[in-house]
Design a binder for this molecule. Structure first.
Ligand code: SAH
Length: 350
C-alpha cells in the first residue's frame, strides 16, 4: 500500500493503467507533476477512471492548519500524515523566486537545544512521496497566484541526512519530474558525516548547507549534541570531499546566540573553518528565533551586523538571512507541529 500518490514511479503508474490506452500514463503523470492537481480535476480522463485513480492514488498529507504572514508572502502548512503524525512545510514568495522549505522527518532526533523540532523529539522518517507531496501542494498554491516554485530547501523538520535514501529519491523526483534544477535544491544538515559523504557521491549536484553554530568542539557539543559523534574536523573533511566531487560552494548556517557564538573570536574561528573549503565557504547568519524551550536570547541586529563585517574583513562572504514567518512560528527552528498558532509579534526582519 502506497502512503502517497507521489511514491509511485512512472512505470508503477503505467502498471496501474495497464488496461487503459498508453497516452493515459502521460496524462496522469502531467496531472501529478505538471499541474499538481487532484485526480478529480483530470477532466481529459473518463469519469470512471478518475474515480478509480482517486482511490488508487491517495494523498498522504491532510491539511490541518494554514498560517499566513508577511502580507500573504509566507504560508506555513501543518499536515497530518496517515498515521496521525504531523509535519510542517513553509512556502515563501520573494520578488525574484519562490522557495519551499520541506520536512524530511516527523520530529527530529538531533536534540539541538535551541530548535523547537529538536526539543519535541523524533517520531519517524518521511517517505519519498510524503516529501514530494509537500512540494507539489505548495506549488499548486504558488501557481494559483501566478508564481512558480523555483527553490527547495530541506530546512523544515528533521535531519535530511539521517534519512538519505528517501531524501535523495525525493530530490530526483523534484529535479526530473517537477523540473527544479539541482543547483536550486539545498540539503541542510547538522553535520552527519556519512550523510555528507553520501551526498558527495549523489549524482545530482544539490547544494550542501551545514548548521555549524559553533567553530570549536567544546562549545559546539552542548548546543549541537551530535557533535560528540561527528566532531568539527570530521565534518569539515567530509565537506571537502563534497566540494571536490561537485565543485559547489558549501554554506554554513550560524544562528546568532547572544554571548554564546557572537563574539569576535567566534568569527575568527569560523573564518578559519571557512577557508578550509577553498576559496571559502559562505556563511548564512540567522538571527536566533524564539522557541519555548530555550532561554538564551538572540544577538541584537547590531551585533549580527558587526559579526558579518568581521567575517568579511577575514575574506568570508556572509549574508544575514531575512526572517520569514516569525509571527506564525514558521521561521528557522520554530517548526514543532503543535497545531496551535501563537500570535506573537516578534518581527526581527533585517
Ligand atoms: N536538521 C537540519 C535541517 C533543519 S534546518 C539542520 O540542522 O540543518 C533548520 C535551520 O534552522 C538549521 O540551520 C538550524 O540550526 C536552524 N535553527 C534551528 N533552531 C533555530 C532557531 N531557534 N533560530 C534560528 N535558527 C534555528
Amino acid at each position: 500500500m502506497n502512503r502517497s500518490r507521489y511514491d509511485l514511479s512512472r512505470p508503477q503508474v503505467a502498471e496501474l493503467l495497464a488496461d487503459a490506452p498508453r497516452y493515459r500514463v502521460d496524462q496522469v503523470w502531467e496531472g501529478l507533476y505538471r499541474d499538481c492537481s487532484e485526480p478529480d480535476d483530470w477532466t481529459t480522463l473518463p469519469r470512471a477512471l478518475r474515480e478509480q485513480l482517486s482511490e488508487s492514488l491517495p494523498r498522504s498529507l491532510t491539511e490541518v492548519l494554514r498560517s499566513v504572514s508577511d502580507d500573504g508572502q509566507t504560508i506555513k502548512y501543518l499536515w497530518e500524515l496517515a498515521d496521525g503524525n504531523r509535519v510542517e512545510t513553509v512556502l515563501m514568495l520573494y520578488p525574484d523566486r519562490a522557495t519551499v522549505c520541506v520536512s524530511s522527518q516527523a520530529g527530529c532526533a538531533m536534540a539541538c537545544g535551541f530548535c523547537a523540532t529538536g526539543q519535541a523529539g523524533f517520531a519517524r522518517h518521511l517517505g519519498v512521496g510524503e516529501i514530494v507531496e509537500q512540494v507539489a501542494l505548495a506549488r499548486r498554491d504558488a501557481s494559483a497566484v501566478d508564481r512558480r516554485v523555483s527553490n527547495i530547501v530541506f530546512m523544515g523538520m528533521g535531519e535530511p541526512l539521517a534519512n538519505t535514501d528517501p531524501v535523495f529519491e525525493a530530490c530526483r523526483r523534484i529535479h526530473d519530474d517537477l523540473g527544479i534544477s539541482a543547483r536550486s535544491i539545498t540539503v541542510s544538515t547538522v553535520g552527519i558525516v556519512p550523510g555528507i559523504r553520501a551526498l558527495a557521491e549523489f549524482e545530482l549536484p544539490v547544494n550542501l548547507a551545514v548548521s555549524l553554530h559553533s567553530a570549536d568542539d567544546e562549545s559546539r557539543d552542548p548546543i549541537v549534541p551530535i557533535n560528540r559523534r561527528y566532531p568539527l574536523d570530521a565534518v569539515i573533511t567530509a565537506c571537502q570531499d563534497y566540494l571536490h566531487k561537485h565543485r559547489r560552494r558549501v554554506s554554513f548556517e550560524w544562528a546568532m546566540i547572544s554571548g554564546v557564538n557572537d563574539r569576535a573570536e567566534d568569527a575568527e574561528r569560523l573564518a578559519g573553518l571557512c577557508h578550509r573549503l577553498e576559496p571559502s565557504a559562505h556563511v548564512n547568519l540567522i538571527p536566533l528565533n524564539p522557541t519555548p524551550g530555550y532561554a538564551t536570547v538572540g544577538s541584537t541586529l547590531q551585533v549580527v551586523r558587526g559579526f558579518q563585517r568581521r567575517l568579511e574583513e577575514l575574506g568570508v562572504n556572509a549574508t544575514i538571512r531575512r526572517n520569514r514567518g516569525t509571527e506564525i512560528d514558521a521561521a528557522c527552528g520554530q517548526l514543532a507541529a503543535q497545531g496551535v498558532s501563537i500570535s506573537r509579534r516578534t518581527d526581527t526582519r533585517a
